[in-house]
Design a protein. Structure first.
Length: 103
């Protein structure tokens, strides 16, 4: 009969305790959207993080991401005034264009 040798257990490596990140107060401050932006996300004041989440929910719900290059967003009639009448913008340019519609 052949006996199997058990592999020696290595001592568990100590994990570093990650410091919790504090949210940036500037991102959490409620901002009022313009009329064009309010048509997409709603009229109430909300933080920038929530604005971004709601815009992405709208984009995904309406299938506005480009099929070939998923980084691009195709504007519909509600998004064109926000995107400066551009038919397509990249997701990185989107946040810059949206910030112009927040006060």
């Amino acid at each position: 009969m052949a006996t199997k040798k058990k592999a020696a257990k290595k001592p568990a490596a100590k994990k570093k305790v990650a410091a919790k990140r504090k949210p940036n107060a500037a991102f959490m401050k409620p901002m009022t959207p313009s009329a064009a932006l309010a048509a997409v996300i709603g009229a109430g004041p909300m933080p920038r993080t929530e604005v971004t989440k709601k815009i992405w929910a709208y984009i995904k719900k309406n299938g506005l991401q480009d099929k070939k290059n998923r980084r691009n967003i195709n504007a519909d009639e509600k998004l064109k005034p926000i995107f400066g009448s551009k038919a397509q913008v990249s997701m990185f340019d989107m946040t810059k264009l949206v910030s112009k519609h927040l006060k």
